[in-house]
Design a protein around this ligand. Structure first.
Ligand code: NAP
Length: 243
């Protein structure tokens, strides 16, 4: 049974990804930061059906938290075979209004968190000569989003990290890929006005918004043991809004 860690597994894309991995027969660690009760209900709904899931608290923007989370997992099961770096935050602001704090928090939560988690996960993967890392970027990391410069910069950073790490870890049997979602209906996008959501829908060739399941399916596919020839890729799942 593979051990899977999904960061930000308590809600949205992360929770759907957790569900698919658990149903796939993997042992899933549901990382959460603030949403303990949501993470706990998700875990209970899975274990009640006989699937294997555990919750684990860590603020992935804090290196010590990440270190402690990995130590706990290593003590329990040896290490992480599949790492899904999904945790993230968003913020809409004019570039000239972005404060030092906004910038630091955005980079720490979306980009440094990926560095911290990969750094902890890799020694075990290298020893096993197997690993799957899937990073969740964004279409704004590919093309840039107005009024989301700090978010776009962090998500573009994930793309660079993914490509470079894929080259470095390929010989060790580890794949590193990145998914760049379009507009997905979660708490993150619920802050957008109905008018903005409709505008985005109209701009999308499929004329639809995405669901967490659209992303989770792709994560499961790339993380499959048989997907060993897919690495360093940025897979856009966006209804064609970015091609
Ligand atoms: P969401 O519904 O707002 O959920 C965010 C998740 O991230 C929550 O589980 C939250 O955990 C966790 N999280 C945030 N900061 C964290 C931290 N410091 N440490 C640990 N966990 C943290 O967001 P979502 O829409 O599912 O987004 C998931 C990922 O997809 C993000 O990286 C986002 O940037 C990316 N994405 C989303 C969209 C979209 O349209 N929704 C599009 C492109 C990319 P707690 O609640 O437990 O704190």
């Amino acid at each position: 049974m593979r051990n899977v860690l999904v960061t930000g597994g308590s809600r949205g894309i992360g929770s759907e990804t957790v569900r698919l991995f658990a149903e796939n027969g993997d042992n899933v660690y549901i990382n959460f930061n603030r949403s303990r009760s949501t993470a706990e209900s998700l875990k209970n709904s899975l274990t009640d059906k006989g699937f294997s899931a555990k919750i684990i608290q860590a603020d992935v923007s804090v290196p010590d938290d990440v270190r402690n989370m990995f130590r706990q997992i290593e003590n329990e099961v040896g290490g992480v075979d599949v790492l899904v770096n999904n945790a993230g935050i968003a913020q809409t602001k004019l570039f000239t209004d972005i404060t030092d704090d906004d910038w630091s928090k955005m980079l720490a939560s979306n980009l440094s968190s990926v560095f911290y988690c990969c750094r902890e996960a890799l020694p075990y993967m290298i020893r096993k000569h197997f690993g799957r890392i899937v990073n969740i970027s964004s279409m704004w990391g590919q093309v840039g989003g107005s009024c989301e410069v700090h978010y776009s910069a962090a998500k573009a950073g994930i793309i660079g990290l993914t490509k470079a790490l894929a080259k470095e870890e390929g010989p060790s049997g580890i794949t590193v890929n990145c998914i760049a979602p379009g507009v997905i209906q979660t708490d993150m996008t619920s802050e957008l006005s109905e008018q903005d959501l409709n505008m985005l829908k109209d701009e999308t060739p499929t004329l639809t918004l995405g669901t967490p399941l659209d992303i989770a399916r792709a994560v499961l596919f790339i993380a499959d043991n048989s997907s060993s020839f897919i690495t360093g890729q940025v897979i856009g799942i966006n209804g064609g809004i970015v091609i």
